[in-house]
Design a protein around this ligand. Structure first.
Ligand SMILES: CC(C)(COP(=O)(O)OP(=O)(O)OC[C@H]1O[C@@H](n2cnc3c(N)ncnc32)[C@H](O)[C@@H]1OP(=O)(O)O)[C@@H](O)C(=O)NCCC(=O)NCCS
Length: 170
């Protein structure tokens, strides 16, 4: 089985060493990264790639690469990262590759990851944040049912990002 998780249009698997160029293309794209600290340098992308690989090994999650089921193109990544030192809460995030914007693939990816979390873990909640002016991301989090909780410093330039929380459904 190539994908451990699928949605209507997307398949998710783990990054492998062979995917380095896909990850770099995504994270060094100034448009994709516009609200998330800007395009990464190749050194920063290398560091991020190593970190994602390590998280999968250590914790069993990462920002998983996602691919179109129809055609197999790399469409971005979506998944999980630690949130502070909590064992009950993880942070969810989504990056959609530029050619696939405006198709609501970010929403589809986030819904797939959220469903996977409720089914396969006992986490009590998920959190998510977005860049201060990322109104698209804000709208997405609202559609998903996240509620604003607080602002906190985020990322390479230490900007204040709003944070939101989604409780495990009863
Ligand atoms: C916006 C985003 C959340 C994608 O979700 P989505 O609403 O399903 O995706 P869509 O591709 O349909 O995009 C909606 C709009 O956001 C824009 N968009 C998509 N990715 C974007 C990005 N990285 N930066 C800026 N705008 C983006 C699209 O152009 C589209 O604009 P339009 O409605 O005027 O056509 C996502 O790509 C993004 O901003 N990610 C970074 C932040 C993040 O991880 N937030 C937490 C999400 S759980």
């Amino acid at each position: 089985m190539k994908y451990f998780l699928t949605s209507a249009r997307l398949g998710f698997r783990c990054w492998t060493e062979a995917d380095r160029s896909l990850a770099f293309a995504l994270w060094t794209d100034p448009e994709v990264m516009g609200h998330m600290g800007g395009a990464m340098s190749s050194e920063a992308a290398e560091g991020r790639f190593a970190l994602e690989m390590e998280r999968q090994r250590k914790f069993g999650y990462q920002y998983w690469p996602m691919f179109l089921l129809d055609g197999g193109e790399h469409a971005g990544c979506a998944g999980l990262r630690p949130f502070h030192d909590s064992s009950q809460v993880l942070e969810i995030g989504v990056y959609v590759a530029r050619p696939y914007w405006s198709l609501r693939l970010g929403e589809e990816a986030a819904r797939a990851v959220i469903g996977y979390v409720w089914q396969t873990t006992e986490l009590e909640a998920l959190v998510a944040g977005h860049g201060p002016n990322n109104t698209h991301s804000q709208a997405l989090l609202k559609r998903l049912g996240f509620r604003y909780t607080h602002h906190e410093l985020w990322g390479p330039h230490q900007t204040m990002h709003p944070y939101y929380r989604l409780e495990r459904p009863l």
